[in-house]
Design a protein. Structure first.
Length: 113
C-alpha cells in the first residue's frame, strides 16, 4: 500500500486500551515512528463518545486515522454498543458513510447547545 506522499505503507496494527479513566484506540505502523490515537469516553453501558484524536506527523496521510474509526465501528458492532460521534472528524466520516448507521451500529447523535 502506498500513501498519498508515495511512502510504502505497512499494515496498521490497532488495539483498544483501557486504563483507569484513559480510553483509546491506538494504531501503530511497523517502521513508522509514533502512534495514532482515537480517544473515547464511556457514556453508559451501551454508549461511547469519540472525543478526539492525535497523530504524529510521521503518521499523517497513512490511513491510520480512518483505520482507527473503522476499528471502533467494528468494536461497536461486535460488542453491541453505540457511538456518539462528538469529534468533528468522526462525525464527518459518519456523514460520508451512511452504512455505518445501520441497525447493527446505530450511531447516537449528541445534542449540541
Amino acid at each position: 500500500m502506498i500513501d498519498r506522499d508515495g511512502r510504502k505503507n505497512n499494515a496498521i496494527r490497532i488495539e483498544k486500551r483501557v486504563a483507569g479513566t484513559s480510553r483509546r484506540y491506538a494504531g501503530r505502523i511497523d517502521g513508522v515512528d509514533g502512534e495514532d490515537g482515537l480517544h473515547f469516553t464511556v457514556r453508559g453501558p451501551t454508549l461511547i463518545s469519540a472525543d478526539h484524536s492525535e497523530a504524529p506527523t510521521t503518521m499523517r496521510g497513512t490511513g491510520a486515522a480512518m483505520a482507527l474509526v473503522e476499528y471502533m465501528i467494528g468494536d461497536a458492532r461486535a460488542n453491541g454498543f453505540k457511538i456518539s460521534p462528538s469529534y468533528p472528524c468522526v462525525l464527518t466520516q459518519y456523514r460520508k458513510h451512511p452504512e455505518w448507521s445501520a441497525a447493527s451500529l446505530a450511531f447516537s447523535k449528541l445534542k449540541t447547545v
